[in-house]
Design a protein around this ligand. Structure first.
Ligand SMILES: Nc1ncnc2c1ncn2[C@@H]1O[C@H](COP(=O)(O)OP(=O)(O)OP(=O)(O)O)[C@@H](O)[C@H]1O
Length: 324
């Protein structure tokens, strides 16, 4: 059994119009996605802005009402609120956000911010609580003098460390990391990613790592799902996605990774333009007549792509995949 099993999850937001505020349509933010997260792994959920990643993350953590489908945590469906309470789910599953400045209360000192989840879930004495907060600060590489400071007195990277300290305070099993490094400089991104990995090793945490950038996900994730307009268009291991991408949307995301090597920039630009040309010319092959992604087809034990079966298998064999 996987730690988390997401099955045919749909989250539709109603669109209301007119004097009577009637529901006339809906935004299908998440439109039938299925994937599993194993204990101790980092699962990447990648797609452009608006593809439905955050809505998925918020549904898993219980912040968004699910329209249909299920989210099984240790085999129990947590879309039913009563099950979340029974399982200590709110303690086991935490979230880190992109915008650390707005997700940390600016009026509270760091000591109180990190202690907040402890106060909700554990009954510690004042001294025990302070000791735990100091330990957590130490784990994320911050000094004890951080205790009495406020969020605005830290850099973006340090604030993200404080967010992680708060998230791991309750010893969670799963952290939903929603674009955790997107607002940071490249060098600080690497530091935060490294210490997230360190914490994963120490605490045995699983991450659902949400990002718009396949470049960031590369060194973090074992398995990756590519999300496009509420649906998954490709699922695979890191190797499947980076070395044998099959869907044009995945190829576009890969081509969008900035090239840091100056000597490679011309070649990189040429390949990005080539992918864009294929996308413009062959869109109808990759999406159905309504412009929506096809259902996923398995092309190897680890790799699935949203294409008609014959095309998927033909592409997979061209790329040297072992067919299912
Ligand atoms: N509360 C809401 N009411 C109505 N529509 C919403 C709501 N929240 C999100 N949406 C819409 O759902 C779609 C998916 O949004 P979501 O935030 O999940 O995407 P995303 O991939 O996380 O993008 P971003 O990285 O920009 O947040 C978008 O079209 C968005 O406008």
């Amino acid at each position: 059994m996987s730690l988390v099993e997401i099955k045919d999850l749909k989250v539709h937001y109603p669109i209301r119009t007119g004097f009577w505020n009637r529901i006339t349509d809906s935004v299908r933010a998440v439109d039938g996605i299925t994937f599993n997260i194993e204990a101790g792994e980092t699962y990447g959920l990648v797609g452009e802005s608006g593809s439905g990643k955050s809505t998925t993350g918020k549904s898993v953590v219980g912040l968004e009402k699910v329209t249909s489908g299920s989210i099984l945590y240790k085999g129990v469906d947590i879309t039913k609120k009563a099950n979340r309470t029974k399982l200590d789910y709110n303690q086991d599953v935490q979230m880190i956000f992109q915008d650390s400045l707005s997700s940390l209360n600016p009026r509270k000192r760091i000591e109180d911010i990190i202690a907040e989840p402890l106060r909700n879930f554990e009954h510690l004495s004042k001294d025990e609580e302070k000791l735990r907060v100091l330990q957590l600060l130490d784990i994320v590489g911050l000094d004890a003098d951080a205790l009495y400071k406020y969020p605005h007195q830290f850099s973006g990277g340090q604030r993200q460390r404080i967010g992680v300290a708060r998230a791991v305070a309750t010893n969670p099993k799963l952290i939903i990391a929603d674009e955790p490094v997107s607002a940071l400089d490249l060098s600080v991104q690497a530091q935060v990613l490294n210490f997230m990995k360190k914490i994963q090793r120490e605490f045995g945490i699983s991450y659902l790592f949400i990002s718009h950038d396949l470049g960031v996900v590369r060194h973090m994730c074992n398995n990756i799902a590519i999300m496009n307009r509420g649906r998954l268009v490709e699922i695979g291991t890191r190797d499947d996605i980076y070395n044998n991408p099959l869907h044009i949307y995945t190829k576009r995301l890969l081509a969008a990774i900035p090239e840091t090597n100056v000597n490679q920039r011309m070649a990189h630009r040429a390949s990005r333009l080539a992918v864009e040309k294929i996308y413009q010319e062959q869109q109808s092959k990759y999406y159905d007549e309504n412009g929506e992604a096809f259902p996923l087809v398995q092309v190897s034990p680890t790799h699935s792509v949203a294409l008609p079966e014959t095309i998927a298998k033909q592409l997979a064999s061209q790329e040297g995949e072992v067919q299912a």
